[in-house]
Design a protein around this ligand. Structure first.
Ligand SMILES: Cc1ncc(COP(=O)(O)O)c(C=O)c1O
Length: 424
């Protein structure tokens, strides 16, 4: 591989998706120079189209007020359905299996209420030891909610001693071993700290063989790597829309429920009026009639203003196509990896798996100079106009996002990191 900057510029010039960068507003320092934004794994950049979609809702509110529920070009009563086909495409589901609602953590609780149902010897909930804290808190509190003890009933998966990522065979073996005790397995599609993409199909199949329910947190997976929830047979999934989905800070989140549960009235759930069947919702009857599919888990009427940027971003995903984005992503992250190996060997360890199929856009970097010097290098990168992020206990995460990053961003990032690590 040619390591010159000119090669990076040539790759950018040949990139068929390069024009998408103009459809995003990338942050700039004090309104001046554009920053090199490598943080789409945390908060995606703003699609230019988002403002237009939000303004449409503002206009409908001004002009139509309550009538906009039915009379708007995109009526508010069914606005969430506008998002469903594209969302379903991204997670490999049928449109009726997905819904945009609430926040990720709230959705996780709603899903666990329905699908983590300890009974008899099957009381355990399996998560990973390095789970994102909110997932851990949700899981642990659900175990307690059932009067159980997390010390016994929260089963944790950890990488092998001296390793950073989980091995699929270890996960499958652990599920098999805990099998008869397991009520539910809850894992991330892409692990937030290492960037590892788990084998959703293989692990889901193992969990189903073990006779338990299985759910996925796709916060770092959706819009990043292809996922096929329906075919895998996963029971439920949750995700947020503010990372690769570019839906804005605290954007309305998403949930998936497999079609086999679509009409299961016996499932316990925490209900609200927006989860009631649309046909009978406004009869205002005391008895709850669950809407079929994921819609039946909605609580209240959705924040339309907050759904609008998600709809704008999804329109971009539909026209660019996840397959094309993923192809660029594999090449771009691979290029970043090659540069790091060539220029920073011995000084930076890549924690993320080397297999492109076992990761998304993000690379997680451990700087081999101790935490404080690593933090100083991170601060130095920020001062030079680069925006990766920092996660304790000393990991720099950088994600070149195929929609709005290019090869020259990767080249300049590695060059700047090299300079920071050479500083005394
Ligand atoms: C893997 C994972 N799970 C859960 C959350 C929490 O999401 P929220 O604050 O939207 O509920 C995040 C947030 O970054 C996350 O990355």
């Amino acid at each position: 591989m040619n390591l010159d900057r000119n090669h990076a510029l040539a790759l950018d010039a040949a990139d068929p998706l390069r024009h998408w960068r103009d459809r995003f507003v990338l942050p700039s320092e004090g309104g001046g120079a554009e920053l090199t934004y490598l943080c789409g794994h945390s908060l995606g950049a703003q699609p230019v189209l988002a403002a237009e979609y939000v303004e449409e809702v503002m206009r409908d509110w001004r002009k139509l007020a309550v009538d906009a529920h039915f009379a708007a070009a995109h009526p508010w009563m069914t606005y969430h359905l506008r998002l469903a086909p594209a969302l379903a495409g991204l997670v490999g589901a049928e449109p009726g299996e997905v819904v945009a609602m609430n926040t990720l953590t709230a959705n996780l609780h709603l899903m666990l209420v329905s699908f983590y149902r300890p009974a008899g010897d099957r009381t355990a909930l399996m998560i990973e030891r390095n789970a994102f804290p909110s997932d851990r808190y949700a899981a642990e509190s659900q175990v307690r909610f059932h009067g159980l003890d997390p010390a016994r009933d929260l089963v944790e998966l950890a990488p092998r001693e001296g390793e950073d990522c989980l091995r699929t065979e270890d996960v499958i073996e652990a599920i098999g071993r805990a099998g008869p005790r397991l009520a539910t397995v809850l894992l991330p599609g892409v692990q937030y700290l290492t960037g590892q993409a788990l084998d959703v199909a293989g692990i889901t199949a193992a969990a189903r063989r073990a006779g338990c329910t299985v759910g996925w947190d796709l916060a770092h997976a959706i819009g990043n790597v292809p996922v096929a929830l329906h075919d895998a047979g996963a029971d439920f999934a949750v995700w947020c829309h503010y990372k690769y989905l570019n839906g804005g800070p605290g954007a309305v989140a998403g949930a998936y429920v497999h079609a086999r549960h679509a009409r299961d009235g016996a499932l316990p759930r925490f209900a609200g009026w927006w989860g009631n069947d649309r046909a009978s919702r406004f009869r205002m009857a005391p008895a709850f009639e669950a809407a079929s599919g994921a819609e039946g888990w909605q609580l209240g009427n959705p924040p339309i203003l907050a759904l609008a940027p998600v709809a704008a971003s999804l329109a971009h995903f539909e026209s660019a196509g996840l397959a094309a984005l993923r192809a660029k992503s594999v090449a771009l992250t691979g290029y970043l990896e090659v540069l790091i190996d060539a220029r920073l060997a011995g000084r930076v360890t890549i924690l993320t798996p080397r297999d492109p199929q076992a990761r998304g856009a993000q690379l997680s970097l451990r700087l081999e100079c101790g935490r404080d010097r690593a933090r100083a290098a991170f601060d130095g990168l920020r001062a030079r106009g680069f925006v990766p992020d920092w996660r304790e206990p000393g990991v720099i995460r950088a994600a070149p996002v195929p929609f709005y990053n290019g090869y020259d961003d990767a080249w300049r990032f590695v060059d700047a990191l090299d300079a920071e690590l050479r500083r005394e």
